[in-house]
Write a protein that binds this ligand. Structure first.
Ligand code: F3S
Length: 99
């Protein structure tokens, strides 16, 4: 018997309004794996290490978006794509035959 196993992963895109960022660092506190403070012209502002994130990275980045006091972090779902299609083969054992 052939069974097709499909796995779907959601992907998200981060938009950061750097001009609106006041550099409070709350996003870095809750999501240091993707947010860091960068100094430019004597001013510290947040910067995402990457803009496209997957489902596993969504929760901590969503928390960063929620905690931001000026709401300058937006996250949108960009697509759902099929990660893999695996075929699994199962053999049927008939207990009556094993006697
Ligand atoms: Fe800036 Fe908001 Fe982070 S103000 S430092 S993006 S929490």
């Amino acid at each position: 018997m052939m069974i097709e196993l499909l796995v779907f992963m959601s992907h998200y895109r981060i938009t950061h309004d750097r001009k609106a960022c006041i550099g409070c660092g709350a996003c870095v506190s809750v999501c240091p794996e993707n947010w860091e403070m960068i100094e430019k012209n004597g001013e510290f502002k947040a910067k995402p290490k990457k803009l496209d994130i997957n489902e596993d990275e969504y929760n901590s980045n969503s928390e960063a978006s929620t905690i931001c006091p000026v709401e300058c972090i937006q996250i949108e779902k960009i697509k759902v794509k099929k990660r893999s299609a695996e075929e699994m083969e199962f053999s049927e054992e008939d207990s009556e035959d094993s006697e």
